[in-house]
Design a binder for this molecule. Structure first.
Ligand code: UDP
Length: 264
């Protein structure tokens, strides 16, 4: 009576490829594909702070789907194929480059701390930073010298990653500004996608309020994971508002007072 079993039982039987802090990757339906599952877990400070925020995964799945689809539409190569359901999307399997690529437009977070810049200071130009993806080491900041010396990426790949990061920043800055949101900074991950003999650098992972700093243009209210990091409360309400402004969820789709319930 397999069909009587709840969905989640069937899902757990799929081969799990990788489990991170906020997402799980499962084997996909065809070779070269994976399923990316968005959890409700929120972590910060290298998982020293951890909570389950009901509905976060659903919102991030929808927001990231929208952003990746819009990027695909303008010819930015990404791993995204399509959303499958509330919490899952079908993606192309890529070889993840072990770098967190951060793009900053306005001083905040670790940049403000490191260089003593007041949060909210407009930067003279967009700045790209690289961090080595390694939880045990707390994702240390690295330079192109480290990246090429240790073979994490080749010089040409670094150029491709930076060009991709700048394109994503230009497009997303405009997209968010159009709905009254300032894109302060964000983090992306990239991967190598093999097509026969050829390899391309593509955008991977997710782009959501978990990986961006998003401030309301008028009020400077934080609409991102800083609400969790700084114990400001209202995280789900803020993520829902980002989704609503992007037109990703309908006004009546999420019951505001009780948190998200129904998603088609
Ligand atoms: N970020 C992320 N994952 C990380 C570290 C940073 O998504 O592991 C994002 C973060 O949300 C922010 C940007 O990258 O939008 C820059 O983060 P920052 O270096 O200021 O670090 P934080 O203050 O978050 O420690």
């Amino acid at each position: 009576m397999d069909f009587l079993k709840p969905r989640s039982h069937r899902m757990t039987r799929r081969r799990r490829i990788y489990e991170g802090k906020a997402k799980v990757l499962y084997e996909g339906p065809e070779p070269g594909t994976l399923i990316q599952y968005f959890k409700d877990d929120a972590t910060a400070f290298n998982a020293k702070k951890h909570e389950v925020i009901e509905g976060k995964g659903v919102l991030n799945n929808r927001i990231s789907e929208y952003v990746f689809q819009r990027l695909n539409d303008i010819g930015v190569p990404t791993h995204f194929i399509r959303r499958i359901n509330m919490r899952e999307q079908l993606i192309r399997e890529v070889e993840i480059i072990p770098l967190e690529v951060v793009v900053r437009n306005v001083a905040a977070g670790s940049l403000s701390t490191r260089l003593g810049l007041e949060e909210g200071t407009q930067l003279p130009r967009s700045i790209i930073e690289f961090y080595y993806k390694n939880d045990q080491l707390n994702d240390p900041m690295v330079s192109e010298e480290h990246i090429t010396a240790f073979g994490w990426a080749a010089p040409q790949e670094i150029d491709d990653i930076m060009a991709l990061a700048i394109r994503v920043n230009d497009f997303l800055s405009g997209l968010f500004l159009g709905v009254g949101i300032r894109l302060v900074d964000f983090k992306i991950e990239t991967g190598r996608l093999w097509e026969g003999e050829n390899m391309r650098i593509v955008l991977a992972d997710e782009i959501s309020p978990d990986s961006c700093r998003l401030w309301d243009v008028k009020t400077n209210d934080k609409m991102d994971k800083d609400r969790f990091r700084k114990d400001l409360g209202g995280m789900i309400e803020a993520y829902t508002e980002v989704a609503r402004r992007l037109g990703v969820v309908q006004d009546n789709e999420f019951a505001r007072a009780e948190g998200p319930r129904l998603v088609k």
